[in-house]
Design a protein around this ligand. Structure first.
Ligand code: BYC
Ligand code: FE
Ligand code: FE
Length: 470
């Protein structure tokens, strides 16, 4: 049987608020049927060695044990209040942070929370078919770990909607279970969350690049003047670190396998590994889809969110000033077929300011992958981030075409080269052909090197996922 409400691990004193309890009690069975319908396919009765958040104590916030996914204890945890927090940026700088939603910011906050929330179930839906073709049971377990935690992130946002947004919040919480990734009539809100993820290279790229957008968005919301949002996103970031690890190291292991074969003078394709040019196209595709998630380069929404104290910058505390007034940000934007310089008021460029931090972090990971290539004796070949103007679907750069170096080109030129730069049909077909489920302890699929170590001190060949009755 699934959890009852009393067993929801939480540090928000759920038991004391009858109205909230009722709302969550109604939502919970709908969540579980959503999970059964569109959650991970085929492994619901398996025992999975999962981490479960049980408190906010940095020393012991999680336990590890075998759990069947529908029995996972999706909890609600907010980082505890520390003294009297004040708003750290914008027009309300220095005023006490809000414990409740100020009327004038209600719509904006609801929109931010719903947008954040929508990505969590979306990603679970996108990844639901991956289990069957997992490259190892170590990876299978990591996939499910990410999936259940995205489920918990949905709980975290639904708690805010139920607790602070009344009937509107309850309606939004239902809608979060009604939209579907990739659906034509009820799609998920943000574009990257409607893209298919049906092979593990896409999954690793997604966890690397798209979950990493999550890290930066959550970090910006962790600065929020709406204190419950700040405290819940802070705790979400604790879990997020593992998702990013799964992505970055997953790609690294794919690269390592390919490089190892190249060093031995072998052709990666002949060995069921993934050639570097395909890896590069997957990187190009997922990096640019994820760049779009930061919103337009020039955004009055972003300026309003910052001014109101709803969404700050990455590590706002480390910055020298917190008003972002009287400053500008230099952008190059396409206009009538060429790039022109524009000076944008800094507040209107907040999406781009956050994207800058993100791009730096992505570059660090690409440098790591290139080190892996070099360590394996691969000379003269490397991976690279494409220019941030390339293949954009949101913002001014989406109005023109650019190559991966950021040079503007005609639509026809772009079309002629598209298959060299973005995932093409042959790539998809090939990558799919090497996705064969490997479920023997310690064994790895042909396209990936084993991880350096296991999970929670367990060996790499630990039985991370157990079939029912075994
Ligand atoms: N797709 O003013 P603009 C995560 C819309 S990931 C489709 O530039 P704004 C996770 C926009 O809504 C983190 N539409 O945008 C990862 C607006 O529409 P209206 C998720 C888009 O508002 C992996 C119009 O275009 N969290 O947690 O400044 C697994 C003009 O846009 C897109 C958040 O996103 C797009 N990509 O910025 C699991 C945080 N981008 O007003 C989980 C909350 C923009 O014209 N969200 N539009 O109808 C936000 O802070 C903002 O909504 C955004 C957009 C940063 C996303
Ligand atoms: Fe998440
Ligand atoms: Fe995540």
């Amino acid at each position: 049987m699934s959890q009852s409400l009393e067993t929801i691990p939480n540090n928000v004193d759920l038991g004391s608020d009858r109205r909230l309890q009722r709302a969550l009690e109604q939502w919970q069975p709908n969540f579980l049927s959503w999970w059964r319908d569109v959650g991970p396919e085929g492994f619901q009765q398996h025992d999975v060695y999962l981490r479960t958040a049980i408190s906010v104590d940095p020393e012991g916030w999680a336990t590890y044990d075998y759990v069947r996914m529908p029995d996972y204890r999706w909890g609600i945890f907010l980082v505890p209040k520390s003294g009297e927090r004040t708003i750290g940026f914008g027009d309300n700088l220095g005023q006490p942070a809000w414990d409740d939603v100020p009327g004038e910011h209600r719509n904006a906050l609801r929109r931010i929370i719903v947008t954040q929330a929508d990505t969590e179930p979306a990603s679970v839906e996108q990844q639901r078919q991956l289990g069957k073709v997992a490259p190892s049971i170590y990876d299978l377990r990591n996939l499910f770990q990410v999936n259940v935690e995205e489920g918990r992130h949905l709980w975290a946002m639904v708690y805010l909607l139920h607790r602070h947004f009344g009937r509107d919040g309850r309606e939004e919480a239902e809608e979060l279970l009604a939209r579907r990734s990739g659906s034509s009539d009820k799609p998920r809100i943000l574009n990257a969350f409607n893209e298919p993820i049906d092979d593990w290279l896409s999954f690793f790229m997604f966890a690397m690049f798209t979950d990493r957008d999550g890290k930066y968005q959550l970090a910006a919301l962790a600065e929020s003047g709406f204190d419950p949002l700040a405290r819940t996103t802070r705790f979400m970031l604790t879990e997020e670190a593992h998702h990013l690890f799964v992505g970055e190291m997953g790609v690294d292991r794919v690269v390592q396998r390919t490089a190892g074969l190249m060093r031995e003078g072998k052709e990666p394709r002949k060995e069921g590994a993934i050639p570097l040019d395909i890896i590069q196209r997957y990187l190009n595709q997922w990096f640019t889809l994820s760049l779009d998630l930061f919103g337009g380069e020039v955004s009055s929404n972003a300026a309003d969110f910052f001014a109101a104290g709803l969404k700050g910058r990455f590590r706002e505390d480390d910055l020298a000033e917190h008003k972002a007034m009287g400053q500008s940000y230099r952008l190059e934007v396409p206009e009538n077929g060429k790039l022109v310089e524009e000076n944008v008021p800094l507040r209107n460029a907040m999406n781009e300011v956050l994207r800058d931090e993100y791009v730096k972090d992505c570059q660090r990971a690409v440098d790591r992958w290139n080190k892996t290539l070099a360590k394996n004796g691969v000379q003269g070949l490397s991976l690279a981030l494409p220019h941030r103007r390339f293949h954009r679907g949101v913002g001014p750069h989406s109005t023109a075409k650019f190559d991966p170096q950021g040079r503007m080109m005609s639509e026809a030129e772009f079309e002629a080269h598209k298959d060299e730069w973005l995932i093409n049909e042959a790539d998809r077909k090939y990558v799919k052909s090497v996705m064969n489920g490997v479920f023997e302890r310690g064994k790895m699929a042909s396209f990936i090197a084993p991880p350096a170590k296991g999970i929670n001190g367990m060996p790499v060949d630990f039985e991370y996922v157990r079939a029912p009755g075994s």
